[in-house]
Design a protein around this ligand. Structure first.
Ligand code: ARG
Length: 475
């Protein structure tokens, strides 16, 4: 059903209808559209545009549609242009043309952005929830592996020994920042655009603050033209989703590498692996690879929306219909990949022996020698030179630094005493890094405890926010 046509002498061409039609994807907004319409009905009753009697009929019609939408008995048809026209058609078919009274005093321009914002608030909180679940699993694994010594890498080359739990726990930090970004997004974007009408505000909706409150918003936007054209909240959400995607891709990359035969650091459980159609022996870490691969579309969706928004003049333009598919895609991609990745992490078995094996290889203790000399007051450049000489000596004698004797060290430089020996092993090097962010076990355990506390706090505010925006039913 079209919501316009009075001034047209012929109907839309099939080509225009096909181009214009958004109902296949914007049907996801149906539950929110009903909520906004119910709220709008209250405004029209308050201003006397709709009589109490008609109001009851319309309310009953909307409520009946709400149930039918949620159980799938009412849906769009071939002729519906978008979710708003489908719902108005449904209402009119239930209660007659009086159903169209609900259209007074609002425009699809403020309706669509309000529906969309409510959808996004609801779903960004679901994403936050899934991110918190992943953080909880990472924290658990970090704790389990908080004694496992591992080689730490820079440039994918052995750098310095670390605890493997420290390596894992870094992912909780980046994901906690993503959750913080969502909290910050919610605070800035909980303003209602409803009541902006087509662009100028609505004479029949004098108190949009009231609708905003009923819908769970924390206030209203201050400029009606901005309200119908602002999609910053979508772009910001797409950035957050892209950032989460980038973080997941880095986790994916590490698990893919660690599960290779060459590394053999982790065994991904069967439930989160796939086989090959031709090579019977294969077990592939597809969850990790898809986490890595899907970040591409998450980044693409952000770029797509920013490109759509660039240079748009004045208030609503039909280009803005293009805001929806990228967002739906990012939300649905994350809500699919996050539970899979969480399951993969939770069930992964780490091969601690193999992980620890290379911790002192690659002369990764050279920094300990330079640090030891620095503590003795030797200028760092000199210490660095001496440490380099030790590496050279060890290499030409086919030894690791940890295998050098006190006499050998002393012959390289007289400042190198026997007290260096206990530091020249991975445990000593790790234990010496006791600062708040360091890799010593005690620092790591504090770090994990703090990350867990932050995750619990996040869980609490997410539930709170979900409750204040409740009333929305999901399709
Ligand atoms: N389907 C449209 C969208 O998603 C709804 C708003 C249409 N407004 C209009 N003036 N044609 O943006």
């Amino acid at each position: 059903m079209a919501l316009w046509g009075g001034r047209f002498s012929e109907g839309p061409s099939a080509a225009l209808a096909a181009l214009s039609r958004s109902v296949e994807f914007d049907w996801r907004l149906a539950p929110y559209d009903i909520e906004v319409n119910l709220t709008h009905l209250d405004s029209l009753l308050a201003t006397g545009v709709i009589t109490a009697g008609n109001g009851e009929v319309i309310r009953a019609g909307l409520k009946a549609l709400q149930v039918e939408i949620s159980n799938g008995t009412f849906t769009y048809n071939e002729e519906d242009e978008d979710v708003h026209s489908a719902i108005e058609r449904g209402l009119i078919s239930k209660i007659g043309t009086i159903g169209s009274s609900i259209r007074a005093g609002r425009s699809r321009n403020d309706l669509v952005v309000t529906d969309f914002k409510l959808y996004l608030i609801d779903h960004i909180l679901s994403v936050a929830n899934e991110v918190v679940k992943l953080i909880a699993q990472i924290n658990l694994k970090s704790q389990e592996l908080s004694k496992t010594i591992a080689p730490g890498f820079t440039h994918l080359q052995h750098a310095q020994p670390i605890l493997f739990g420290h390596e894992l726990a870094k992912h909780s930090q980046s994901l906690l920042r993503d959750v913080d970004r969502i909290a910050d997004w919610l605070e800035r974007n909980s303003k209602s655009p409803f009541g902006a009408g087509a662009l100028a505000g609505s004479a029949l909706q004098p108190t949009p603050e009231k609708s905003a409150e009923v819908l769970g918003f924390l206030g209203v936007l201050e400029n009606s033209i901005d309200a119908v054209s602002d999609r910053d909240f979508v772009a910001e959400a797409l950035f957050i989703f892209a950032m989460i995607g980038v973080h997941l891709s880095r986790i994916g990359e590490e698990f893919t590498l660690w599960s290779s035969t060459e590394f053999n650091w982790v065994r991904v459980s069967d439930a989160y692996s796939t086989g090959s159609s031709i090579m019977p022996q294969k077990k592939n870490p597809d969850v990790a690879e898809l986490a890595r691969g899907k970040s591409g579309r998450l980044v693409g969706n952000l770029v797509s929306l920013l490109t759509t928004l660039k240079g748009l003049p004045f208030a609503y333009n039909r280009d803005l219909q293009e805001d929806k598919e990228p967002l739906f895609d990012s939300v649905e991609t994350l809500l699919t990949i996050l539970p899979a990745l969480t399951g993969m992490v939770a069930t992964a078995e780490f091969n601690e022996m193999e992980i620890s094996k290379g911790a002192s290889a690659g002369h990764s203790l050279a920094t300990e020698i330079a640090d030891y000399l620095a503590k003795k007051g030797v200028p760092f450049a000199t210490g660095h030179e001496v440490a380099g000489a030790c590496v050279k000596y060890a290499e030409s004698n086919k030894k690791e630094l940890s295998e050098l004797t006190a006499a050998e060290l002393n012959s390289i430089d007289q400042n190198l005493g026997a007290d260096l020996i206990p530091l020249l092993n991975p445990s000593g090097a790790i234990a010496s890094r006791t600062s708040i962010m360091g890799t010593s076990e005690e620092s790591l355990l504090d770090q994990i405890a703090h990350a867990s506390q932050r995750a619990n706090e996040a869980q609490a505010w997410i539930s709170n926010a979900q409750n204040s925006f409740s009333g929305m039913m999901r399709l």
